[in-house]
Design a protein around this ligand. Structure first.
Ligand code: AKG
Ligand code: FE2
Length: 351
């Protein structure tokens, strides 16, 4: 896919240089779909379920309370917060500290890890694929973290000094949580526990996206990340511990996602919606900006092996629930192209 322009400055530099707000950041109803106005005063989603991973580990029947809770979270909210996930709070604080430190390095230091125009990995802006693309008020560092032989270390910061070790350790911990969640999700539907894991294949991938949202003088007309669903299996998010910004869409309404400092936010992506034959739904979400405070978030995208064909699990297809999606391979590759046009590949995958 050719990049339309690769010269866009990171948002942080726009702010530091005192540039006038470029038109490409101004929210226009024509290219954002019909998802309503930017509004930071929508209700707080206080009812998002909080799932205890240590209880999932000991649950084996779909009727166990924690699995019932998980199932209801996935079918109604499409996301949940996880606690008792086995990661020390002090380590999560450290992850946040190092993530923040990276974005506060000098411009020259960060540029060492800049994303080239033919790659998704590295530091800077997402690719610009269309002339009219609405830009997101976010800089990001995107790194494939698993399988280990897919890591492109040239994009991995050597500064802050313990950044690489931190990221490998965080990845290892999240891998375990991801596997447990995928097993529990299958069990919550009375399926064999490996039903989803199997479809993730031999070499499932994990990619980390460090998001940095600088303060924005016009939070009413500029969006942090435009409305989207994630194109992978599940997303595990470590939110900023102080600054809100994430909003989810439920029953035609936007809600703010509450901050629970040492919980992780998990949401369903398109490929798990496909595997579950539409029982679990991919979460539509967006991020707002803040006029005075920066916001940091670390997103971990967990996806199936790109070589693996995925499709609705057989046991979930019957007369009452006909097959809703075609089988599909290498979903992530085309997802981004659709996304930047405000379209959904999930719709294209429907039967
Ligand atoms: O920053 C966040 O809280 C979420 C970011 C997000 O949705 C994404 O990067 O896909
Ligand atoms: Fe997302």
């Amino acid at each position: 896919m050719t990049e339309f322009s690769s010269t866009t400055k990171p948002v942080q530099e726009l702010v530091e240089d005192g540039d006038e707000l470029p038109q490409s950041y101004i929210w226009r109803s024509d290219n954002t779909g019909d998802y309503g106005a930017i509004d930071s005063s929508v209700p707080l989603a206080t009812e998002i379920p909080v799932v205890d991973v240590s209880l999932l580990v000991s649950s084996s029947s779909a009727m166990d309370p924690e699995l019932l809770k998980l199932r209801s979270a996935l079918t109604s909210w499409r996301c949940f917060q996880v606690v008792n996930h086995g990661i020390e709070s002090s380590f999560l604080d450290q992850v946040r500290k190092l993530s923040r430190e990276f974005f506060h390095l000098s411009k020259g230091e960060k540029q060492k890890y800049a994303r080239p125009s033919d790659s998704i990995e590295g530091y800077g802006k997402d690719s610009i694929l269309h002339e009219n693309q609405l830009l997101d008020w976010v800089d990001r560092l995107y790194l494939t973290v698993h399988p280990q032989d897919q890591q492109e270390l040239k994009y991995w910061p050597e500064n802050p000094i313990s950044f690489r070790d931190m990221l490998n350790e965080y990845t290892a911990k999240l891998r375990q949580i991801k596997e447990q969640l995928l097993k529990s999700m299958a069990m919550s539907l009375s399926l064999p526990e490996d039903s989803f894991l199997k479809q993730f294949g031999e070499r499932p991938t994990m990619a980390a996206r460090f998001n940095y949202y600088p303060p924005c003088a016009r939070p009413d007309t500029v969006i942090g990340i435009k409305p989207h669903t994630d194109g992978l299996g599940i997303t595990i998010l470590l939110q900023d511990e102080q600054v809100e910004g994430l909003q989810l869409h439920k029953d035609n309404q936007w809600f703010r996602v509450p901050i629970m400092p040492h919980a992780l936010v998990v949401n369903i992506g398109d490929q798990l919606e496909i595997m579950s034959n539409g029982i679990f739904k991919s979460l539509l979400h967006r991020v707002l900006t803040n006029s005075t405070r920066e916001r940091n978030a670390l997103v971990m995208f967990c996806a199936p092996d790109p070589a693996q064909e995925i499709g609705p699990v057989e046991e979930l297809v019957d007369e009452k629930r006909p097959r809703a999606f075609k089988n599909i391979k290498n979903y992530s590759e085309s997802y981004f192209y659709y996304y930047q046009q405000g379209k959904s590949l999930l719709d294209a995958a429907r039967v």
